[in-house]
Unconditional design. Structure first.
Lengths: 138, 198
């Protein structure tokens, strides 16, 4: 009787565990034409759990044709399971003052196991000089 | 006896679940993580996200910078709501307008609207009066018009329901009538339908 109950439960647990673990394989050109302008970063980690799962690979920046700063951050999921998180960009002017942006969303995002993902944002005004991105685990 | 004990536990559990979980009214950050997420309707965080995506994309495209006398002048055209809910499209458009104005790249006219209806009738009246007195056209013709559509696509599988909201926007050159920028932001939400409705 016990075996009858145990077996379906074990099967369900096994299926659940297997189903959650999918990781991404990828292929790309080896000789890159584009040159990323990488910038140095400063990190404040208060959630070690999230940092262990989703790590920052690097940040690169460019200027748009209209003279706006564009930032791109590469993230890597170090785990084999899907991770959910939210992020929010903040922009600062030359005086270090936060630029009030009416459309500054907390963006929900997800990253597959082993996946490398880019998130980007364009500065709301040409006066934006610096930025900060906040990450929260969901 | 057993029944009485079980019933008492069940009643206590229900009262705790029903009463204990009731949250006191409190403030939250608009569009923040605590916001309510509804599968079948557009939440405020969706409007904020769609507006941000559209603004970033539009600013990055440089389309607004190609006017002879910057900043570009924008007129708001029709934003069609093809979702199942009644929404005020200004929840999307106003955020884009404010962001564009703050960027210094574009200004929106409030005296020119669809079917000749001005958003600000008083400003239109004053403008017409000024034109009449000076006998010259004082208004600047818009360089671009902004139009769009919000579409909802629904899918269901068993007790799981899914909604995709597509926010489509086009920026049209008022002289040529050609779309010089087009953007689309899709937001998909999935959730189970509650088995018991209250």
């Amino acid at each position: 009787m016990k075996t009858r109950i145990f077996l379906p439960i074990a099967g369900f647990v096994l299926l659940t565990l297997c189903g959650c673990r999918t990781s991404v394989n990828s292929i790309e050109n080896a000789q890159k034409e584009g040159q990323r302008q990488m910038i140095s970063d400063s990190r404040v980690i208060t959630d070690g759990s999230l940092a262990k799962k989703v790590s920052f690979v690097g940040i690169n920046q460019t200027m748009t044709p209209g003279g706006l700063l564009k930032i791109q951050i590469e993230l890597l999921n170090r785990k084999r399971s899907l991770q959910r998180f939210s992020y929010q960009f903040e922009w600062f002017d030359a005086s270090g003052m936060l630029i009030n942006n009416v459309a500054s969303p907390t963006v929900p995002a997800q990253i597959e196991g082993g996946e490398s993902k880019f998130i980007s944002s364009v500065a709301p005004t040409p006066t934006a000089r610096d930025f900060r991105v906040k990450f929260l685990e969901d | 006896m057993k029944k009485i004990v079980l019933l008492s536990i069940a009643a206590a559990g229900l009262s705790l679940t029903g009463g204990g979980c009731a949250t006191r009214a409190h403030y939250i950050q608009t569009g923040g993580r605590e916001s309510i997420v509804s599968v079948n309707s557009i939440n405020i965080q969706d409007f904020i996200q769609a507006a941000d995506a559209a603004t970033s994309d539009l600013l990055a495209s440089g389309a607004l910078d190609k006017v002879s006398t910057p900043p570009a002048v924008l007129a708001i055209s029709r934003i069609v709501n093809n979702t199942g809910q009644q929404i005020d499209t200004d929840l999307l458009v106003k955020k884009i307008r404010v962001a564009l104005l703050n960027s210094g790249k574009a200004q929106t006219t409030t005296t020119l609207g669809l079917d000749g209806t001005a958003e600000d009738p008083m400003a239109k009246g004053l403008q017409q009066e000024a034109q009449f007195k000076s006998d010259q056209q004082t208004t600047r013709t818009p360089d671009f018009t902004l139009s769009g559509k919000i579409i909802q696509t629904v899918a269901r599988d068993g007790s799981t329901s899914q909604s995709t909201f597509s926010f489509q926007l086009s920026l049209t050159d008022a002289k040529s009538g050609l779309a010089v920028w087009e953007g689309e932001k899709e937001i998909t939400k999935q959730g189970g339908r509650p088995s018991v409705g209250f």
